[in-house]
Design a protein around this ligand. Structure first.
Ligand code: KG4
Ligand code: ZN
Length: 333
């Protein structure tokens, strides 16, 4: 079965052609980062408009690159939520219309489940059960995944998402949007232990996160120390990143221990952070836990993961009809 996947929940317009739920024939991502960069974050109204401009050329390119014709597409899947309503509506409505016009089955995909599915697109995918972290600009969720359809939410952020903390700290330091990649780059040259920022570990046995205190601590430090030079900013980036990595790694390993499970998969934009993957892998190795992290093109928002999740739903007959709508917030399961 060949599935056309479409993603438009935030600031990336993406389309992909995936065969048999695993074989990526094409995956096109048109990012709006340049437009949102000057505002220091995503402007929802601009995002919607840009999705409208990009959706048709992006889908055309995905079909062309996959070297297939319209007739070869057997089913359609699009992100239904969570995300920005106006942005979601563009991809979801396009996909609905495409499916209706060509009389194809159509699945409305949960974006968070799709991030977990990016792990199933890897050559070496994790066996069940495993602990999954979805860590992005909007979410920091830990799941216990027992099958292709069962995702038990073990913990989540009580305030900012980890990616959001990267973005806010970058804005504070005048480094632009998105914060993750620039903070990771600047951090490389510095000793992460030079400044000790707080780690919010919350109650014992809680798998929840809180990153707003860390963000405030960085803001206070910047204010009190009148940080101006590139060197000082790089130092803050390194110590901030270390605090985030530390908390994410500790909670993930604790969750794995709690469930007596020796596999952890990470996904979402922040999992593109190589320093995070290296440090988590090193810590996990001491506990005989294997880490699974997708290649960077599958970490951030993409449509291959949407098509992969849609494939399973379509096979199980979990389809959307024309009167189904998008949703902005949800939890999975
Ligand atoms: O999954 P994603 O592309 O979109 C959402 O669903 O939110 O994640 C975007 C988030 C942004 O907050 C961005 O700063 C963060 O992922 N990010 C990173 C890195 N690359 C992207 N955070 C840390 N290190 C990175 N290398
Ligand atoms: Zn995402």
């Amino acid at each position: 079965m060949i599935v056309l996947g479409i993603e438009s929940s935030c600031d990336e317009t993406a389309a992909a052609i995936v065969k048999g739920g695993r074989d990526i024939l094409s995956s096109i991502v048109a990012t709006q980062i340049d437009v949102h960069h000057k505002y220091g974050g995503v402007v929802p109204e601009l995002a919607s408009r840009m999705h409208i401009e990009a959706i048709t050329p992006v889908v055309d390119e995905a079909i062309k690159k996959a070297d297939i014709t319209l007739q070869d597409i057997d089913a359609v899947a699009a992100t239904r939520g969570p995300g920005l309503i106006g942005a979601l509506l563009v991809g979801f409505t396009f996909a609905k219309s495409f499916a209706w016009a060509r009389k194809l089955p159509f699945a409305g995909v949960n974006h968070l489940e799709a991030h977990i599915y990016s792990l199933f697109l890897m050559d070496q995918k994790p066996a069940f059960p495993f602990i999954a972290l979805v860590v992005s600009g909007g979410h920091t969720n830990i799941y216990y995944v027992t099958s292709y359809n069962h995702f038990e939410l073990m913990g989540q952020t009580r305030d900012d998402a980890a990616g959001e903390a990267f973005d806010k700290v970058a804005k504070l330091l005048g480094l632009g949007y998105p914060g993750g990649p620039v903070i990771e780059r600047l951090a490389k040259a510095k000793d992460p232990a030079a400044i000790v920022f707080p780690r919010a570990l919350l109650e014992k046995n809680s798998f929840d996160f809180s990153f707003s205190g860390l963000k405030s601590a960085v803001a206070r430090y910047v204010h009190d120390n009148t940080v101006t030079t590139a060197d000082e900013k790089a130092q803050i980036a390194a110590s901030f990143q270390e605090a985030v990595i530390d908390v994410l790694s500790q909670k993930l390993i604790a969750a794995a221990k709690f469930k007596k499970c020796n596999r952890i998969g990470i996904s979402g934009g922040v999992s593109a952070n190589k320093t995070f993957v290296e440090k988590l892998s090193w810590k996990a190795k001491q506990k005989n836990i294997d880490i699974f992290a997708p290649p960077s093109e599958l970490c951030g928002d993409n449509a291959a993961m949407i098509a992969a999740r849609g494939y399973t739903m379509i096979q199980q007959g979990r389809l959307c009809s024309l009167d189904h709508d998008v949703f902005s917030r949800t939890k999975i399961d």
